[in-house]
Design a protein around this ligand. Structure first.
Ligand code: GLU
Length: 293
């Protein structure tokens, strides 16, 4: 299978300058290493009608091209179910009936890392299991045998983070992001994952899960986010931050692209120019402040 990079947005709204900056970086990392570049819509949750079409239009207008068709997670249920069955067969899952509130209120297990699932449902006896099953549908959790895991990242070096009994399938039947992303990247031949560094803390969980499924971990590069003047993630109240709003204000996608390339220390113009000059080691490591067009 050919190696590939990817951009995997959630079609929950319009693309904003931060998403486009990440997409451009993912494209540059993939193309500069001779990889294909794939586009996957992570539409299991929070999909909004019309959002996908708008995102694809904005990416194309900024010159971010991809190979093949767009893959949608909602069409891939059987793949996720297959992976969960393999984990189940290996004794690596259990049913969990906890509500969010119960998890928050449960005393954390001794030595458990902060934020880790406290293990309430890990060892239910058959009678408890039967009782709980009659009350509400179960989520499926991973029976993790590690409390932390280390990944290598091109920009962050070695990163060690928490692994806990995270959810693989929610109790409404929807596959959890951490399972879907691992299965999809492997199945699509993706061996390079470039995405926002807000996802770095989830990466040890994903890499650990990949190891349980005998999937080699991809190469990771977690890139800095775009923030507002207060250092917070961009939001609606920061004014025109989506490509659509900026276009409406007379600032078309190719000009936004040029601003973003400039912020990365790369030449403006079609992405081919930036590709010729791209050097991952020279990338800024700090969040970039967007203070308007
Ligand atoms: N769908 C996720 C997001 O838009 C990205 C997931 C990933 O790149 O692994 O935040």
């Amino acid at each position: 299978m050919t190696s590939a990079g990817r951009f995997a947005p959630s079609p929950s709204g319009e693309l904003h300058v931060g998403n486009l900056r990440t997409a451009i970086l993912a494209w540059l990392f993939a193309r500069s290493t001779g990889r294909k570049f794939l586009l996957r819509m992570e539409d299991l949750d929070r999909a909004r009608s019309g959002a996908e079409a708008g995102q694809l239009r904005d990416l194309q207008a900024a010159g971010v091209t991809w190979d093949g068709g767009v893959v949608r997670q909602t069409a891939r249920g059987p793949l996720y179910a297959g992976a969960i069955s393999r984990l189940e067969a290996a004794g690596l899952t259990y049913e969990c009936f906890c509500t969010r509130r119960e998890i928050q209120e449960a005393p954390s297990a001794p030595h458990a890392p902060q934020g880790a699932y406290p293990g309430t449902c890990r060892n239910l006896d058959p009678a408890e299991l039967e009782f709980k099953r009659s009350a509400r549908p179960a989520a499926i959790r991973l029976r993790a045998e590690a409390a932390e895991y280390t990944v290598r990242d091109l920009l962050h070096g070695e990163f060690t983070g928490v692994v806990d009994d995270f959810v693989l399938r929610r109790n409404d039947g929807v596959t959890a992001y951490n399972l879907a992303v691992v299965v999809d990247d492997a199945e699509q031949g993706i061996d390079q994952v470039v995405r926002g560094d807000d996802l770095l803390p989830s990466t040890p969980r994903q890499a650990y899960l990949a190891s349980l499924l005998s999937i080699p971990s991809p190469e990771y590069a977690h890139v800095p986010l775009v923030v507002n003047n207060d250092g917070a993630r961009l939001a609606k109240r920061d004014g025109a931050v989506t490509l659509a709003d900026l276009a409406a204000e007379g600032f078309p996608p190719d000009e936004v692209r040029d601003r973003l390339l400039e912020s990365l220390g790369l030449p403006a113009g079609p992405l081919g120019n930036a590709l010729a000059a791209f050097d991952p080691d020279a990338l800024p490591r700090e969040p970039w402040v967007w203070s308007g067009p």
